[in-house]
Design a protein. Structure first.
Lengths: 249, 318
C-alpha cells in the first residue's frame, strides 16, 4: 500500500533521514523503531508532506505522493496523529473532532450554515467510539494528557483514513492509559479496516501488536522484517538493542 | 430557577443594548452623538481587525490601510465619478477587499510576525501613494466636504446609518465565525500544521479571512465618510493600525465583542485626554503596556475567566 524508496532529508548538512526504505501492505500494522534521534518523526513528516524530501520517493497505492503538501496527502486518505499532542487548544473536544469531519465532507468553505447544525451525529458517533463522548463540551486544553492523545487520534480518524500513521501514540501515558489506548487502536483498526504505521519506544507494545518492524538508526533503514527476524538480527542487536536496557527475549 | 433569572437578566441586557443606542440621538447633544458614531465605526474596524487576528491567528498589524482605502474609495467615487453615493458606499469596501486580496497574496506566504512586518511595509507603500499623489487624492490635505445623500447629512441620520450598518456587519461576521468556515479558521489559529494534516488548505482559508476583514474595514471607512464627510492620509498611517490592534487586545482579542468594548474605551480616553495633553501616543503606549502585563486576554477575556472560575467552583461544591 505504501512504499518509501531511499528517502533522504538533511538539515544544514545533518542527514536526519538517510536512505530510508519502508513498505506497508494493506491491513498490516508496521512499527518503526530506533533510538532517539533516529529520524522516525522526520520520516513521518516526509511521508505526510509536512517536510519535503531532498531525494527519494513515496508511493501510496501506486501513486507518487512525494512532495505533496499536507492537505493533499490527507485527501489521499492518509492521516496521522502526532508525538507531541497537536490539537486545537482553545476549542472544545466536540469542535476539534467536528472540524475534521467537516473537512472530509468539504464543507470548510461554507460561510452560512451554523456549524452547530452540521455533522453532529457523526461527530458524536466518533467520540463515542474513542470514549470521549462524556467530555465533548470540555475545552481540549483542560483534558488530561492521555485524553488529549486519544483526541488527537479521533481527529486523525475524522477524515476517514485508510492509512493511519501514529507517532508514539502512548508517549507520556500511564500504564492504564497505555493499555486503554492500545486496545482502542486495535479496536478501531478492526472497525474501520485501517492499515497502521506507528513508532513507539515501548518494545512490549511493538512486539505485541506489530506484524512487521522496521528499524532505523541514524536516519537509515537497517532492516524491515517480522518480529522474530528483527529479534534475531545481529546488526539490530548491536546497533540499537545493545545500547538500551530494553530486554527483548 | 437559576436558569430563569439568568435568562431574564440576559434579556434585560439585550433590550438595553438595543434601545439605548436607538434613543441616544434624541437625548444627547450633537457632540456625544458624533462620539457614539465614531465609537461604533471604530468598533467595527477593531472587530474586523480581530477577525483575522483573534480568530484566524494571522498577525494583521496594518489593518488601517483597508479602512483608509475603503474611505478613499468611497470619497473618490463620489467626488470624481458622479455615480450615486449609495453605489459608492459599496464600491469603497469592495476596493478595500480587492486590495486586501492583493496584499494578502503577497504577504500570506510568510507567517506570524513576518507576515505582520511585511504587511506593515506593503501597507506603508499604499500610504505613501495616498499621501503624495496630490492631483488624485489631495495629498496631505485629504478630501473635504464630501457630499453624502440628504438623509445622511444630518448628524442623527449619519448616526442611525452607522448604527444599522455596524449592526449588520457585526452580525454577518458573527455568523461567519459560527459557520464551518469559522470553526476551521479558529482551528488554523490554534494549530495550522494540524489543520493542514486534516485536509485543509491553510493559506487559502487565511486569505479569505483577510479579504473579509478588508471588506468590513472598508465598510468602517465608508461610515467615517458618512459621519465626518472628510478623508485624510492619517487614516492609513500605521500608528492608527496600532491603535486598532490595541483596541482588540484591550477589549479581549479572543472574544467577539471585546474589540467593540476596546474601541469604546480608547475613543473615550482619547477624546478626553486630548483636552489635557498632546501626547496621545504616550497615553496609548502606557495603556498598551498595562494591558500586556495585567490583562493578557483583555477585559472581556478576564471577565470570562472569572465567570468560568466561578462556575467551576460551584461545580466543585456540588
Amino acid at each position: 500500500m505504501l512504499y518509501v524508496q531511499s528517502l533522504t532529508k538533511s538539515f544544514d548538512g545533518f542527514k536526519a533521514v538517510n536512505n530510508a526504505n519502508l513498505d506497508v501492505q494493506q491491513g498490516e500494522i508496521v512499527a518503526v523503531i530506533g533510538p532517539n534521534g533516529a529520524g522516525k518523526t522526520t520520516l513521518f513528516n516526509l511521508i505526510t508532506g509536512i517536510l519535503k524530501p531532498d531525494s527519494g520517493h513515496v508511493l501510496f497505492k501506486g501513486e507518487d505522493i512525494t512532495g505533496l503538501s499536507s492537505h493533499e496527502v490527507c485527501r489521499k486518505h492518509i492521516s496521522r496523529s502526532f508525538q507531541i499532542v497537536n490539537v486545537f487548544n482553545r476549542l472544545t473536544v466536540f469542535e476539534n473532532t467536528q472540524i475534521s469531519i467537516l473537512s472530509r465532507e468539504r464543507r470548510t468553505w461554507n460561510l452560512v450554515t451554523p456549524s452547530s447544525k452540521l455533522a453532529v451525529d457523526e461527530t458524536n458517533e466518533l467520540l463515542k467510539n474513542v470514549g470521549l463522548f462524556e467530555k465533548k463540551d470540555r475545552t481540549s486544553s483542560t483534558l488530561s494528557h492521555g485524553d488529549r492523545k486519544v483526541l488527537d487520534i479521533a481527529m486523525a480518524l475524522g477524515v476517514n483514513p485508510q492509512f493511519l500513521i501514529l507517532d508514539e501514540p502512548t508517549a507520556g501515558m500511564s500504564p492504564e492509559e497505555t493499555t486503554r489506548c492500545i486496545d482502542l487502536i486495535l479496536g478501531l483498526r478492526e472497525k474501520f479496516g485501517l492499515t497502521i504505521l506507528f513508532c513507539e519506544h515501548d518494545m512490549e507494545i511493538v512486539f505485541r501488536i506489530a506484524s512487521r518492524i522496521m528499524v532505523m538508526v541514524r536516519g537509515a533503514t537497517i532492516i524491515q522484517d517480522t518480529c522474530n527476524e528483527v529479534r534475531r538480527n545481529q546488526v539490530v542487536q548491536d546497533a540499537y538493542l545493545g545500547e538500551s536496557d530494553v530486554c527483548l527475549m | 430557577m437559576a436558569m430563569g433569572t439568568l435568562s431574564r437578566r440576559n434579556r434585560i441586557w439585550w433590550i438595553a443594548a438595543i434601545v439605548i443606542p436607538c434613543l441616544a440621538p434624541i437625548a444627547l447633544p450633537r457632540f456625544y452623538v458624533y462620539l457614539f458614531s465614531i465609537i461604533l465605526l471604530f468598533g467595527l474596524l477593531a472587530t474586523s481587525n480581530d477577525f483575522p487576528l483573534g480568530f484566524g491567528g494571522i498577525y494583521q498589524f496594518h489593518h488601517a490601510v483597508f479602512y483608509g482605502v475603503g474611505a478613499y474609495g468611497t470619497a473618490l467615487t463620489i467626488m470624481k465619478s458622479g455615480l450615486s453615493p449609495w453605489l459608492a458606499f459599496i464600491i469603497g469596501p469592495l476596493i478595500a477587499a480587492f486590495l486586501s486580496l492583493v496584499m494578502g497574496i503577497i504577504c500570506i506566504r510568510l507567517s506570524k510576525l513576518y507576515f505582520g512586518m511585511l504587511q506593515i511595509s506593503v501597507g506603508s507603500l499604499v500610504w505613501v501613494v495616498v499621501y503624495r499623489w496630490y492631483s488624485f487624492t489631495g495629498g496631505d490635505n485629504g478630501i473635504y466636504d464630501i457630499t453624502v445623500p440628504d438623509i445622511l447629512s444630518s448628524y442623527q441620520g449619519a448616526y442611525y446609518f452607522t448604527l444599522i450598518i455596524t449592526g449588520i456587519s457585526l452580525y454577518l461576521m458573527y455568523r461567519i465565525l459560527k459557520s464551518p468556515y469559522g470553526s476551521v479558521l479558529q482551528g488554523i489559529r490554534d494549530n495550522p500544521v494540524r489543520s493542514a494534516m486534516m485536509g485543509i488548505n491553510v493559506k487559502r482559508h487565511q486569505l479569505l479571512a483577510l479579504i473579509i476583514a478588508g471588506f468590513f474595514a472598508g465598510v468602517a471607512g465608508t461610515l467615517f465618510v458618512v459621519v465626518d464627510n472628510t478623508v485624510f492620509p492619517d487614516m492609513l498611517f500605521w500608528t492608527f493600525s496600532l491603535e486598532a490592534t490595541i483596541m482588540c487586545l484591550l477589549g479581549g482579542w479572543l472574544t467577539f465583542l471585546g474589540p467593540l468594548l476596546g474601541a469604546a474605551i480608547i475613543v473615550v480616553i482619547r477624546t478626553f485626554a486630548s483636552t489635557y495633553t498632546v501626547y496621545w501616543g504616550l497615553v496609548l503606549s502606557i495603556i498598551f503596556v498595562l494591558v500586556i502585563f495585567f490583562l493578557p486576554n483583555g477585559i472581556l477575556g478576564w471577565i470570562q475567566e472569572l465567570y468560568q472560575r466561578r462556575t467551576k467552583l460551584a461545580e466543585v461544591k456540588e
